[in-house]
Structure formats: C-alpha cells, structure tokens
Design a binder for this molecule. Structure first.
Ligand code: AMP
Length: 280
C-alpha cells in the first residue's frame, strides 16, 4: 500500500494510474478504523481497481471542542488494517492541503434543507464542515466512485445532494451499517465507552428494533421511544425522528414510502447515533 501525506505526491501518483485507465474508488474516514470502515474498502475493491482511503479528523465538522480533542486517533493500527484489506492508497493529509483557503472558508450550498434537521439542527455548522471537507478531498482525488456508510444516513443524503447541486462527476454508493454481535452500530466513538457503558449501549439498537416491530402510529412509536429513554439510567435521548428516506422530511402519518427511524443519544460523555429502515 502507498501512504501519502502530501497532496502533490498523491496527485502525481493518481495521474500516472489514470493513464493506465484505472477507475478510482474513494473512502473518506476520520480514522480509528473498524469493520464498518473496512466494509466500505471491500465494496470499493469490488467495484473499482484502485482504492484510496483518506484518514483525516476534520476540525470543521466538530461543533464541540472537547469532542474533536477526544476523538480517537490510531494511525499505525489503521495503516495495518488497510494493508490487510489490500487497500491501494492511504492518504493522511495535513490541514493546509485539505483547506488551502483556510478552515474558516466553508462551502455554502443549498442542500434543500437536508442539512437542517436532526444532526444539522443539533450540531450547528456540522454539515458545512462535512460538505467542505468532502468537496476538497474530491478535488484532490477526483474519484469515479465514493463510498459512504448508512450509519451516517443523513450525511450520505447530504453528500448525494452536494454532488447533484455542484454537478460533480462522481457516483456515490451507500453501504449498509455494520454492527457488533450485540447489535451496537460500529463507531470510532464506541472506543470511548467504559465497559459498563459499552454493555448498556446495545439499548439503542434494541430500541430501534422494538420501534420497527411496534404495531402503531408514528406518534405511538415516538412516545414509546421517549418512554424507553426516560426509564433508562444511563442514556439521555438527544432526538428520535421518523423521516422519509429520500428527503428526510418528518413523517406524521402512516408512511407509504420508504421511511427510517433515527436516534441520537448521550451515554456519559459520548454521543452515539443509529438508524433503521422501517419498511423492510
Ligand atoms: P467516520 O470515520 O466516522 O467519518 O466514517 C467514515 C465512513 O465510514 C462514513 O461514510 C461512515 O458512514 C462509515 N461508517 C462508520 N461506521 C460505520 C458502520 N458501522 N457501518 C458502515 N459504515 C460505517
């Protein structure tokens, strides 16, 4: 695997590969890699013939300083995992390369409100940071296909919209959520849970499953989840929402189209998110 820390070196390398008619798959990550990330690498390796994985903890998408400071970092282990997956390129950029105009210059695009609800409402400026970093990394790598996890379903929708609005020539592929054996969605943030919290954390997925199986109206499902969290000693609910999959608008009545349930919750100092499709 080739490891690049410089944009210039990476660009030179990719230019050479493109001459050989390689199509390029891209998996942007913030590191502390786990099987969820690696499933995106595997999908990229199936669909393309050169996979680039970037590891960059993007400062502009964190609205809480301590969350950025405490974000787990383990580049050596990440590189080992990427080698074991036969990833072709690991890109470890510095902030000057990712933000040539400085971190305060963020993209402003109309995302038709996709960025305003749920995560966007709770984490002010979060999606401005996400679209800017992904756009800037796309400019450097110029991928044919980019892979994102449904774990961050709203982010996936926002990125799809960004590529439409900016008329970008890149295919966006969404990949299913990879879970621990007890159902907890894999996440770099899980590393920050204490043993006790980790054992309790399966509650999020169990609540989503129970909601899916509950035979009731949207309001009854919402009331059920709120009650579950009120009765929980460790978790504090940030939001629970049921929306259409396509435009992430709230569903008020019985859904006829594809819908998803979304949870964000705090356990101790850690904020976890998860979601589930309700109609299949
Ligand atoms: P992150 O490093 O958290 O920014 O995530 C990088 C990419 O991996 C994003 O597209 C995430 O949605 C995806 N991802 C993270 N966790 C999972 C998971 N458990 N299953 C599938 N994809 C994931």
């Amino acid at each position: 695997m080739n490891v690049f820390t410089s944009k210039t070196e990476l660009t030179k390398f990719l230019e050479q590969e493109r001459i050989k008619d390689k199509n390029i798959g891209f998996v942007p990550t913030m590191g502390a890699l786990h099987q969820g990330h690696l499933s995106l690498i595997q999908e990229s390796r199936k669909r393309t013939n050169l996979t680039v994985c970037s590891i960059y903890v993007n400062p502009t998408q964190f609205n809480v300083k301590s969350d950025l400071e405490n974000y787990p970092r383990n580049t050596e282990k990440d590189i080992e995992l990427l080698v074991s997956e036969n990833c072709d390129v690991c890109f470890l950029p510095n902030t000057n390369d990712v933000y040539p105009n400085g971190v305060s210059k963020l993209l402003e695009i109309n995302l038709s409100g996709l960025d305003k609800r749920m995560e966007g409402e709770r984490r002010s400026g979060h999606f401005d940071g996400v679209v800017t970093v992904v756009n800037n990394l796309f400019e450097i790598i110029n991928p044919d296909i980019a892979f994102f996890g449904e774990k961050d379903f709203q982010q996936l929708a926002v990125i799809r919209k960004m590529t439409q609005v900016l008329n970008m020539n890149v295919e966006i592929v969404g990949c299913p959520i990879i879970r621990e054996p007890d159902g907890l969605a894999m996440s770099s943030r899980n590393e920050r849970l204490t043993r006790h919290e980790r054992l309790a954390a399966t509650f999020i997925y169990n609540t989503l499953l129970a909601t899916k199986n509950l035979n009731g109206s949207i309001q009854e499902k919402k009331d059920f989840v709120i009650k579950q969290f009120e009765n929980h000693a460790l978790f504090k609910l940030d939001y629970f929402d049921i929306t259409s999959e396509k435009n992430l608008t709230a569903c008020i009545e019985e859904p006829s189209k594809l819908t998803r349930a979304f949870i964000a919750a705090f356990i101790g100092k850690v904020r976890l998110i998860d979601n589930i499709a309700l109609n299949n």
